[in-house]
Design a protein around this ligand. Structure first.
Ligand code: MIG
Length: 800
């Protein structure tokens, strides 16, 4: 309760409010982004997500009205009322978001709780009041997307969640309120408007998206500042751009990290790792990365190697590297409390570990037994942790997998009063818990960057808003359930909507035993997830592509090879994402928000803008309904042309994942390689789906930061169709080099898809020209193929 507005004043981009009780502030970040703030803990923003808050200087008007103070930018109007109630309007004066004026009024729960509990039911109670609470009115047309890695469906409306990074190995189901990540950001889509809210608060927080009552939704927290950003825009894409302008974008990774990755708890000793590697090459399944889980360490001591299992780790890693395998090792935060263990001693001596409230180093139990926890909230600790990365890099490790960094602990959770230095603002676990993994990832990223000079590859389980700048994420300990395959899609889509583009799930499932059929269907989804890693738990049955039967192996090979073909397309998406903030895996609503039939699609997704994937997610199923949004689509396998804005039925035997490509797409392909870099790629294949379209292809050295100095080459392709009624169709593709800073290709191999539909036969090509000269072409089953030099010029394809 802030009470009445006593006064207000303007200073630069901020409007300050003095209320009867407390202060408020409205800050204009850009015409579209408004920050609402009250210094309940710190005087100003204290953000772990936003490292560099960029204020766009812009004009705004402030008017004192009878009801309120009105602040107008060129894009939004914000009205501030007593009790620090704030309403947001668009340019047309339509209300987008309104604070709820009444008290919270939880729905009734009838009957006796203890009876249900006695029988072992997990009984929900209504949420209590929280220290900070922002309650917004539900108009009734809202759909909510985002909130990170929560279970359930794409649309979060009608559910409630908590943000408290949690490692709980029981099966992740819809009743889970919190998982490993805290991304307090969501997008609200309404019939006539869209906006995002980023509640930048690291304390335990609560999001009730209209579960408690259908008249309102709210977010709140147990501590910290009232500090949230209202992000407006013309569409969901704008909101994501706004949010990632604040919290950062996923940087372009090394291209090998987009290859297939194989993991297991745990490949050890080294002979087993070599055996896995050998199998991949012998069985002709591409693979770039093998992960080493905790068993590679000496007594689970981080930054050490187990002397019997990996007696000559440098040699092992070097040999594997020669076969094209990069090794990623797990690093947990818990440091074994052991005398003379260098990491422990150094940390202890320098005060790098979290302490109890009396200043004594705090001890809990994790894999190494009694362990202490680095205080990643202080810069010196992070610098030290960054330096430690060198130990792994010197062994030949190519990337680091950060686990257990919620932080997880075996002797109960870390007590609230564990102390952290917090860059001189000493605080306790309640403030640091949700950013612990985030800060550990930051230290890891910075260390790898410093000591390798290459784009770091980091995977983390725990995360906070903004972690995308430092690390990829996976969704933690799922299980080999069909239900978890199904759920992985909305989970990954919402992670993408939450700014985390580079994400994936344990393909095949972590706990429980996978089946050949489940793995076959899972790899069809994994093929399109940016992080493509098969991983499973200790003591579960083998889960490598060959561990089941010939059919499963063949299906794995088929989709892993498809992934390698699509690598340049995926790499392009990552590169574009570094400036747009758009994720690789996208819910259909991201591109077709005007079509309400796509608002709640949980079982299809877009892989970039051009490819739509509609996987089979149920055991025994060999067909499904697919909704294709507006436009013309082509079946990737049959090249059949299908008009969009309709529901179609698709047969999909076990080896077929329904995939559709938008007409007008130019999809770059690489030849299939056993690993990235196996072949020198002098020729880029262009897989053409006739129609109007444009495509920008990016290439560089695939590993260094030199691209930031201009060492890359850009090709732009644009396709036009001339379809005069009497004459035959003519398709023109213009090739331009729009930037040249890296040695480009020698040639393009063009695969021009002949298309057919239900009523017409397959088109056939009469002639092909490049720069007005006739080009020979080869006829194939459903496409023609020809080669042109990688020069600027116009290709003309004349159909009969
Ligand atoms: O409590 O390192 O989510 O991927 O294999 C188990 C062993 C600890 C949890 C991770 C999982 C990893 C496992 N870890």
């Amino acid at each position: 309760m802030f009470g009445k507005i006593l006064s207000h004043s303007i200073e630069k981009n901020k409007v300050f409010f003095q209320f009867e009780e407390g202060q408020g502030r409205v800050e204009i970040i850009t015409p579209w982004i408004i920050n609402i703030f009250s210094p309940l803990k710190y005087d100003d923003h204290y953000s772990r997500a936003i490292e560099d808050l960029k204020i766009e200087s812009c004009s705004f008007k402030v008017k004192a009205k009878e009801c309120c103070i009105e602040i107008k930018t060129e894009a939004l109007t914000v009205k501030v009322y007593e009790d620090f109630k704030v309403d947001f309007y668009d340019k047309q004066g339509r209300v987008l978001c309104e604070d709820f004026r009444e008290e919270r009024d939880p729905f009734i729960r009838r009957g006796n709780v203890s009876i249900a509990e006695e029988e072992g039911h997990n009984v929900e109670t209504n949420n209590e009041k929280h220290k900070i609470e922002v309650i917004k009115k539900l108009f009734g047309d809202e759909k909510f997307y985002g909130l990170g890695d929560k279970t359930g469906h794409l649309n979060k409306r009608g559910y409630n969640y908590e943000m408290w990074n949690t490692d709980d190995p029981s099966p992740h189901v819809e009743s889970y309120k919190a998982l490993y990540k805290t991304i307090p950001f969501f997008i609200t889509l309404r019939d006539e408007g869209v906006f995002g809210i980023f509640f930048d608060n690291t304390f335990k927080s609560y999001f009730d998206m209209g579960k408690e009552n259908s008249a309102y939704y709210y977010f709140g927290a147990d501590g910290g500042n009232l500090d949230y950003y209202f992000i407006g825009g013309k569409g969901i894409q704008d909101i994501l751009m706004g949010y990632t302008n604040l919290t950062g974008k996923t940087p372009l990774p090394q291209i090998w990290s987009l290859g297939y990755q194989q993991s297991r708890w745990a490949y050890a000793p080294e002979s087993r790792v070599r055996e896995i590697a050998k199998n991949f090459r012998e069985k002709d399944v591409p693979c770039d990365v093998i992960h080493l889980d905790i068993e590679y360490m000496d007594n689970f001591k981080v930054f050490t190697w187990h002397k019997e299992r990996f007696p000559e780790e440098k040699k092992t890693l070097k040999d594997l590297k020669e076969q094209g395998f990069k090794i990623v090792t797990i690093i947990d935060p818990g440091v074994k409390k052991e005398k003379d263990y260098d990491i422990y001693e150094t940390g202890l001596k320098n005060g790098y570990f979290a302490t109890d409230k009396d200043g004594i180093t705090y001890v809990n139990r994790v894999w190494p037994g009694d362990s202490v926890f680095p205080d990643f909230s202080q810069e010196e600790t992070r610098n030290w942790w960054s330096e430690n990365q060198k130990i792994m890099l010197d062994s030949g490790v190519a990337g680091i997998w950060n686990d257990m960094n919620e932080p997880a602990s075996f002797n109960g959770a870390l007590p609230d009063d564990v102390q952290f230095e917090n860059e001189g603002r000493n605080t306790d676990h309640t403030e640091i818990h949700n950013v612990y993994g985030h800060l550990m990832s930051k230290a890891t990223f910075e260390g790898i960057k410093k000591y390798s000079g290459k784009r770091p590859f980091v995977i983390t389980r725990a995360a906070y808003a903004g972690t995308q700048k430092y690390s990829t994420v996976w969704t933690g300990d799922n299980q080999s359930f069909w239900e978890h395959l199904r759920m992985s899609i909305p989970m990954l889509l919402n992670l993408g909507i939450s700014g985390i583009s580079f994400c994936g799930t344990d393909v095949g499932g972590f706990s429980f035993d996978c089946t050949g059929e489940l793995l076959s269907r899972w790899v069809q989804v994994g093929c399109f997830t940016p992080l493509f890693r098969n991983h499973s738990c200790i003591h579960t049955r083998d889960q490598e592509p060959w561990a089941f039967d010939e059919e499963t192996l063949n299906i794995n090979r088929k989709y892993i090879k498809l992934r390698y073909k699509l690598l340049p397309y995926l790499y392009d998406l990552m590169w574009k994402g570094e400036s747009t903030g758009l994720p690789v895996m996208r819910p259909l609503v991201l591109h077709y928000e005007q079509d309400d039939r796509v608002h709640e699609i949980n079982d299809e997704f877009l892989f970039g803008e051009n490819i739509l994937v509609a996987p089979i997610l149920e055991q025994g199923k060999t067909y499904r309904a697919v909704y294709l949004p507006e436009g013309t689509w082509m079946d990737y396998w049959t090249k059949e042309v299908i008009e969009g804005a309709q529901l179609i039925a698709k047969e999909a035997p076990l080896d077929v994942c329904p995939i559709y490509v938008k007409a007008g797409s130019i999809i770059p392909n690489y030849p299939v390689q056993s690993y990235v870099g196996e072949k020198e790629i002098k020729e880029l294949t262009l897989d053409i789906y006739p129609g109007e379209g444009n495509y920008v292809h990016y290439m560089d050295d695939g590993e260094s930061f030199n691209y930031r100095e201009g060492e890359y080459t850009l090709y732009e392709f644009s396709m036009e169709v001339k379809d005069e009624a009497t004459e035959a169709t003519e398709v023109a593709i213009d090739i331009r080099k729009t930037h040249e800073g890296f040695k480009g290709y020698e040639s393009f191999k063009v695969l021009y898809n002949k298309t057919s539909n239900k009523t017409s036969n397959m088109t056939s090509v009469k002639e092909v020209y490049f720069k007005d000269k006739k080009v020979e072409f080869k006829e194939n089953n459903n496409h023609i193929e020809f080669i042109v030099p990688a020069e600027e010029g116009r290709i003309i394809i004349k159909e009969k």
